[in-house]
Design a protein around this ligand. Structure first.
Ligand SMILES: [Zn+2]
Length: 211
């Protein structure tokens, strides 16, 4: 098992694996090599599984790109480009028609707007944001501001509607409870009893939404 060793004034030993599959062991300054080796060999299976899952994610992303596909509402849709047809979605055929690749962003944005327009009235008796901004963000799905605005990542439109709803509710609850305390999660669960399923969907598939 190949790994980089980083020693520092920390008290514990831990494993870090980045997207390039580089394994780093962080260890206290004076911990013996022997103990570090034992720690690594005890975690070898876990490390291998982690590395395999990175490979799997990469392969799926590559496959989608090669085949000209994108995720949309949680399904694989084929992108049809350069056609004379108007830009739009044919849901029953799982096709998205575009005349240029720039249009795909417009389409995501447009469809995300529609989803938000369903969510606002649906949850208005619980609360509503001052303003909602749809943005393309690299690492976060949603956030809220002190002035009561909610930001949503419009790439979420590639996920099932329930996932968008979960993120929307998550931020809506944050307008009242700022932290991720037990009370916060109880409130999310009260509003959306199956939220864990959708939170988990994002955990497993989130990397595919940034294509
Ligand atoms: Zn949160």
């Amino acid at each position: 098992m190949e790994y980089k060793l980083k020693r520092s004034k920390r008290k514990t030993i831990s494993i870090h694996i980045n997207k390039n599959k580089e394994v780093t062991i962080k260890a206290p300054l004076y911990l013996s090599m022997e103990i570090i080796e034992i720690f690594v060999s005890n975690h070898e299976k876990w490390i291998k599984r982690k590395l395999e899952s990175i490979d799997k994610q990469r392969k799926t992303i590559y496959k989608l790109q090669q085949e000209g596909k994108t995720l949309f509402e949680g399904e694989e849709f084929t992108l049809v480009e350069g056609d004379n047809r108007d830009f739009g979605i044919e849901r029953d055929k799982q096709k998205i028609y575009l005349s240029s690749d720039k249009e795909i962003k417009l389409l995501y944005l447009q469809e995300m707007k529609k989803a938000v327009e369903i969510l606002i009235p649906k949850w208005s008796s619980y609360g509503r944001a001052n303003k909602i901004f749809l943005k393309a963000q690299k690492t976060i799905w949603g956030s809220c501001t002190a002035s009561g605005d909610i930001n949503l990542n419009y790439h979420l439109v590639k996920a099932p509607f329930k996932v968008i709803e979960y993120i929307y509710l998550h931020e809506l609850v944050h307008l009242k409870i700022k932290n991720h305390s037990k009370v916060f999660w109880q409130e999310v669960e009260r509003l959306m009893p199956d939220y864990k399923q959708w939170k988990n969907w994002l955990k497993l598939n989130g990397h595919l939404l940034f294509l």
